[in-house]
Design a binder for this molecule. Structure first.
Ligand code: SF4
Length: 436
């Protein structure tokens, strides 16, 4: 009598994920598909039958890091598939590492899966029902990024994302809502809405009406926010431009439906530089808009990023940026010295600013902001804030996006729970307090 056949070894795939939250979402999609088809993931190069490297190609340092990661995977394992932004840059990966098995661009789960199938056949009996409905997440269990679109219709002169990722393609609202609902059912307590331009959601499909739970919902940022607000978790918006229709989501923040938090990348304040940057919404009256938002929702936290030393930026134009900072009183600010990304149109502009001046301006800008941020944090001492606990002793309030803003420190708490914290002290970036 023959016994049961020996179980077939499950093919294992190693995964290296580099880059921004958008790349992370791509990684999660690929991992989810791999799991759905019965592949297992390996924890190290040695235990993998092949390795996928999801790369970033945004700035030169990221290109270096990605090429190094591919090199390491090749020497440790030998079978490597490359995906992500660097894969979309003509010939770069091929030239540095000719022995990779396949190269695909970002947002190409199908392309990656085709390459996996070609080099590591699918197991015959995929345990599809073992895939959690929310997919495989790389972020901690209690928060998750929700990517609502891919690509961008703008052509900012310092940016090469549209050439790598193409024009805006909005995900159907029903699909986005389903994913959000699955995440919440699986324990996610905070959804971080991301895209290249969240305020443009649905423009490409003319705000088509989709369906969620049998109800019609338009593919539009405001409707998305309203509907996400019904899920009873924190909803945080990233990459929003100050278009007039953004005003409509501020009441949702004031009513506590979504977090009073807006991440608006202003990048500069000089109209001439903004024009050279070809920034969306650069003609909007930003200061007036900020004042109007604060009048409706005084709790709102506004985060932004800026670029110092853009080609042709004069001392007076830089001063304009400083004046804007003082007038705008933003809560959270990042500033980068202009980095000439290969292939960006801005590199051809006259009047490049020297490295030294760029760095000096960046430092001056951040110094000015530090005072504003410190003042704003100090004003929170004595208040009680709701916090989502990331780990015992550490959490974030509505004002803190994970990884880029500050934290709230206290004793106790369990990851994933909401707690109230009495704020006792403010540092430069973080708040300190005790459980209420
Ligand atoms: S809005 Fe501008 S900076 Fe942002 S992705 Fe589009 S082109 Fe790039």
């Amino acid at each position: 009598m023959r016994g049961p056949a020996a179980p077939r070894a499950v093919p294992k795939v190693g995964f290296v994920s580099l880059g921004c939250p958008k790349a992370l979402v791509d990684s999660e999609r690929i991992l989810t598909q791999l799991r759905a088809e019965g592949y297992a993931t390996a924890k190290d190069y040695g235990g993998a039958d092949l390795v996928i490297v999801n790369t970033c190609g945004f700035i030169d340092a990221a290109v270096e890091e990605s090429l190094e990661a591919i090199g390491e995977a090749l020497s440790e394992n030998g079978k490597v598939i490359v995906t992500g932004c660097l894969g979309a840059k003509d010939g770069v990966v091929q030239k540095a590492h000719p022995s990779v098995l396949a190269i695909t661009g970002p947002h190409d789960t199908e392309g990656v899966m085709r390459a996996v199938h070609a080099h590591l056949p699918k197991p015959h009996d995929p345990y599809t029902d073992l895939v959690p409905a929310q997919g495989v997440k790389l972020t901690p269990r209690h928060y998750a990024y929700l990517k609502i679109s891919e690509g961008c219709n703008h052509r900012c002169s310092f940016c090469i994302i549209p050439s790598m990722r193409g024009d805006l393609v909005s995900r159907p609202i029903g699909e986005v809502m389903q994913e959000a609902e699955n995440l919440v059912k699986a324990g996610v307590r905070e959804l971080l809405v991301i895209s290249q331009d969240t305020s443009a959601y649905g423009v490409d499909v003319k705000y088509r009406t989709g369906f969620w739970q049998g109800r019609p919902v338009k593919t539009k940022m405001n409707e998305l926010c309203r509907t996400l607000g019904e899920l009873g978790v924190w909803v945080r918006l990233h990459y929003v431009y100050p278009y007039p229709h953004v005003d409509e989501v501020i009441p949702l923040m004031a009513q506590g439906k979504i977090l009073p938090y807006l991440d608006v990348p202003f990048q500069h304040a000089s109209p001439r530089i903004l024009k050279l940057m070809k920034r969306p919404a650069s003609a909007e009256k930003v200061l007036e808009r900020l004042a109007a938002w604060r009048a409706v929702c005084p709790e709102i936290t506004v985060r932004s990023t800026f670029i110092a030393g853009f080609p042709g930026e004069t001392e007076a134009e830089f001063e304009q940026m400083l004046e804007f900072l003082e007038a705008a009183q933003l809560d959270r600010v990042g500033c980068f010295a202009y980095s000439p990304v290969e292939g960006a149109a801005a590199n051809a502009l006259p009047g490049p600013v020297s490295e030294e001046v760029k760095e000096r301006r960046r430092a001056r800008f951040m110094q000015a902001q530090e005072k504003i941020s410190a003042r704003k944090l100090k004003a929170k001492v004595g208040r009680t804030l709701q916090v989502l606990v990331d780990a015992p002793g550490e959490g974030r309030s509505s004002a803190d996006a994970p990884g880029i803003d500050g934290t709230v420190r206290f004793r106790g708490g369990k990851a994933g729970e909401f707690r109230h914290i009495i704020i006792e002290r403010a540092g430069a970036h973080d708040l300190h307090g005790r459980l209420a």
